[in-house]
Design a binder for this molecule. Sequence first.
Ligand SMILES: NC(=O)c1ccc[n+]([C@@H]2O[C@H](COP(=O)([O-])OP(=O)(O)OC[C@H]3O[C@@H](n4cnc5c(N)ncnc54)[C@H](O)[C@@H]3O)[C@@H](O)[C@H]2O)c1
Length: 466
Amino acid sequence: MTENPSNPTSRRQFLSNTTRITGASALAGVALPPVHAAQTNTIDVVLIGAGGRGTGAAINALSVENGPTRLTAMADVVPAKLNSSYDKLKSQFGDKVDVPQERRFLGFDAYKHAMDSLKPGSVVILGTPPAFRWVHFKYAIDKRLHTFMEKPVTVDGPTTRRMFELADLASSKNLKCAVGLMVRHCRARQELLNRIRDGQIGEIVAMRGYRMGQGGGTAPPKPADMPEVMYQLSKFHAFLWASGGVFSDYYIHQIDECSWMKGAWPVEAHGLGGRHYRGDSMDQNFDTYSVQFVYPDGTRLYFDGRNMAGARDEFASYAHGSKGSAVISTLSHTPGITRIYKGQNIPRVNNRKELPLPADPNLVWAFPQPEKSPYQWEWDDLMDAIRNDKPYNEVRRGAEASLVTSMGRMAAHTGRIVTYEQILNSTHEFAPDVDKLTPDGPAPLQLAANGKYPMPEPGVKIDREY
Ligand SMILES: NC(=O)c1ccc[n+]([C@@H]2O[C@H](COP(=O)([O-])OP(=O)(O)OC[C@H]3O[C@@H](n4cnc5c(N)ncnc54)[C@H](O)[C@@H]3O)[C@@H](O)[C@H]2O)c1
């Protein structure tokens, strides 16, 4: 989605390219010769980063219904994480989890051993914190493996540029690459997009996104006996090099889904934010963020993020058009419960107890419930592309989504307007030697003389975030 909708020619092109977004699985019933899985028909999968989401992605990989899959190796840096993930997967999937002790790898080079155990055309899940994404993806390409990588895929400008190059390299080798922005695979959101493209809410004139929850991204002081690197990784949402902080890790979804509906990436951002109640937490996040993203035609996305106990929760995104309005997300990612309303009065939905929603005279359309989870759709679509050799590479747009999210984060952290070009060409790489990290070596972030990690200071630190 690199088209610029402010340019009439490219906008027309964009609209004609995207007027009917069909689910990638719409072609699933068409008989095409299977390519990579020809010999055994079973696609082998390995998991790098066996935490919460990595394990969830492995569950989705083993649950696809469009052909057999098998988990054959796992890698992590924390034994307890790897063991509990293995136990969970084994108890749920039995023989589909064929990961004997000798294929459970530990350490910062474990990813290599896990990928070395695969034959080309198999699939690797990259489920670590995003700092390692380019390192692991590069190795997967060398090994000619298809990849499923979690979002964000980058946390700064320099690694985004690197990821763009890797994305092209993967395409040149016909590797299929998925990025865990699963909402893109949600059939309810795809149908909403079709309707927006068809003009059902008119021109989008504003969008709103909210990710406001009871907390997140804090870090108590490091236990004395824990190596610095392992501490920072164990609290990766706390440190910008590891995750991009809560801003990148949590907020990317709303920024991505709104930009998808708009059909463009924002070209600049300005934002506010501050720490209010973080006490002795060692993390680099703010409690509140409020960022305006500006699209090429001047349309704004108003995004609010808050991590604050006792305050109101909201986890939703909305598009306002010249003829009506749309709900892109309600109460989290899934189910989407996408809707279109006459006018601009979108009824507030506070919690799941209010579902199903009561009849509303302004409701024009709602996607029928229940919906299948987009976490499963994204795997069905990836496997369909692998088995039927369809072009499939989400890494460039995943990197673009990560980059514009970093643009908003940097705007709030520096107190300056940050443009797409500025963040793209930024020279501040947060963890330049992340590919050489060792558990006992120096961490990418060092304590300052005051015993704290360097913090963003809007208006004071203006050329880099910390
Ligand atoms: N798409 C979504 O909705 C969604 C939801 C949750 C998390 N995520 C993403 O998934 C990723 C992981 O998040 P999580 O919540 O599962 O965290 P987690 O801490 O539960 O899992 C991360 C795992 O990676 C391991 N790890 C860290 N560095 C490693 C390395 N160099 N090599 C191998 N293993 C390493 C950790 O020990 C841990 O087990 C993040 O990028 C996050 O944004 C996406």
